[in-house]
Unconditional design. Structure first.
Length: 513
């Protein structure tokens, strides 16, 4: 018969002063308070917080788990360290002194941190890092748990946590409804979050990036809610099971189109890159030209967000919350328009737009993809400028905006735009807004797409010229004919005097409208 030992906070303290670390044997029951004086706490098997007990872990404590290779809990050879919470766990790290859950030694993976069915909803994790964990099979009711942090039927709070560099999922929930706020879930081997059946978790101001599979794998009949979060660099943002539904708002997604089963609310930025500073170094803070800066949900009332971000900085810095887990603390400056591929027509007026918190900016123009720059001018306390497009036809145009007092703070069009005597639409571009007679003829080079949520209005007298081609199989790589694909809406109403003409650019036939 196995013996069970209740380790109190007092015993841990005495052991720590004698040996400067605390060793916890397999099947030990743990409760009380873990302090830095006893750190690191080395879990050499399964440690259990009993149903009627609470374990409090104070700032700066390090918990090191036994690493191994046998992941089957019911196998006598099972050799991974884990912490099973049946009662209450309160992890009380700070930005300066996070609590670390990691493996023993410099290699291998440990088991996981597991909240069992019936664990207290009063449990929470604050400013914790969980790294180098793996998975355990048949852990509870023959269910396999794949998350470094795994939760079964509990509604705990997870705040200011980093779930990084784990072998499988960062977070795994089963019929649970945790609230995740200000967390980074990144560079895990499988999903950032896997929500098994009927898990209605809430994700607020999180950054979920560079995971091996989905950012969020949403199981059968689960209905997560995502607000003010970033999904980037995952194999895909979401995967959805039967009857699953995800609600997302004021978030930045890598997908350019709304996936089936996703309800897109206000403020989402689809297909927009967040421009992290250095993901390779696990630095997911926002660059100065990120569209996530000062672009989050306008009203955070009701989200119960903590007052600081994952780094302990004030959560709202420039009047509006940033999207994701990190708030930018330095100045920001981003070019909004033109940002690449726009068709400009010579001697027309275009409104240049940027967003910033600096007082004065200089605007510059390049006709040769950035080799040389011409100054447009310096403006103060403005965020737009009407610009008469110069008579300099070029397909290698760029615009640059920079802080007039700090030229290191700058942003440039993501790619080149075109200036010509008529509008030129590059292949594969999304189009909307208004095509005026002033832009005519509108030359379409390949496929132009009116997205599902957009409308294109073509004014009287416009000549739409689609490139002629010789290959008309759209699914073939050789497809080369002009094609205007309307997935949303189009309004093309001419007059008797000014009809709208669709025909070929060049000899031959174009594809279709």
């Amino acid at each position: 018969m196995r013996s069970f030992i209740l380790f109190s906070g007092l015993l841990f303290g005495l052991t720590a002063f004698a040996f400067s670390q605390t060793d916890i044997p397999d099947k030990a029951e743990v409760s009380g308070v873990w302090q830095t004086a006893g750190s690191p706490y080395r879990i050499n098997g399964e440690a259990i917080v009993p149903a009627d007990s609470c374990l409090v872990i104070e700032p700066g404590v390090r918990i090191e788990f036994k690493t191994g290779s046998n992941h089957e809990y019911i196998n006598p050879s099972f050799d991974l360290g884990l912490l099973r919470v049946k009662g209450c766990l309160k992890v009380q790290g700070t930005a300066e002194q996070p609590v670390i859950f990691t493996g023993q030694g410099n290699s291998g993976s440990w088991g996981l941190l597991f909240f069992d069915e019936g664990a207290a909803d009063s449990s929470y994790l604050r400013f914790a890092t969980i790294e180098h964990a793996s998975y355990i099979r048949y852990l509870q009711n023959w269910v396999d748990y794949y998350g470094a942090l795994s939760i079964a039927d509990a509604a705990i709070a997870i705040e200011h946590c980093r779930l990084i560099n784990n072998a499988n999922d960062g977070l795994f929930v089963k019929q649970a409804a945790p609230v995740i706020s200000n967390c980074l879930i990144a560079q895990n081997g499988q999903n950032g979050i896997r929500a098994l059946s009927q898990s209605d978790l809430q994700i607020n101001s999180a950054t979920i990036a560079d995971n091996g599979l989905a950012g969020l794998d949403c199981g059968v009949s689960s209905q997560p809610q995502i607000i003010n979060s970033i999904f980037r660099g995952n194999q895909n943002d979401f995967t959805l099971g039967n009857f699953a539904q995800i609600s997302v708002s004021y978030s930045m997604l890598q997908s350019e189109e709304i996936p089936e089963g996703v309800i897109s609310g206000n403020g989402n930025l689809w297909g927009k890159a967040p421009k992290f500073i250095s993901p390779a170094q696990l630095n997911y803070q926002l660059s100065a030209n990120s569209f996530a800066v000062n672009n989050g949900i306008p009203d955070t009332t009701g989200l119960q967000l903590p007052p600081t971000d994952l780094n302990g900085q004030a959560r709202v810095r420039f009047g509006r919350i940033d999207i994701g887990a990190f708030e930018r603390t330095d100045s920001y400056l981003r070019l909004v328009y033109p940002n690449g591929n726009e068709p400009f027509v010579v001697q027309t007026t275009e409104t240049l737009r940027w967003q910033t918190n600096v007082s004065a900016v200089e605007l510059q123009f390049s006709e040769d993809n950035g080799q040389t720059w011409l100054s447009i001018g310096t403006v103060s306390n403005q965020k737009q400028l009407d610009w008469e497009v110069p008579d300099i036809p070029s397909e290698e145009c760029l615009l640059r905006v920079r802080d007039a007092n700090n030229t290191a703070l700058t942003d440039t069009s993501d790619t080149t735009f075109i200036i010509d005597d008529h509008a030129i639409i590059r292949d594969g571009l999304k189009v909307s807004g208004v095509w005026s007679k002033q832009m005519s003829p509108v030359e379409i080079r390949g496929t132009a797409i009116v997205p599902a949520d957009s409308i294109l209005r073509i004014e009287p007298g416009v000549h739409v010229a689609l490139h002629s081609g010789t290959h008309f199989n759209y699914h073939s790589p050789a497809f080369d004919a002009g094609f205007l694909w309307v997935q949303g809406g189009i309004s093309a109403v001419g007059t008797e005097q000014d009809s709208i003409i669709f025909d070929a650019w060049g000899n031959g036939h174009w594809s279709a409208l």
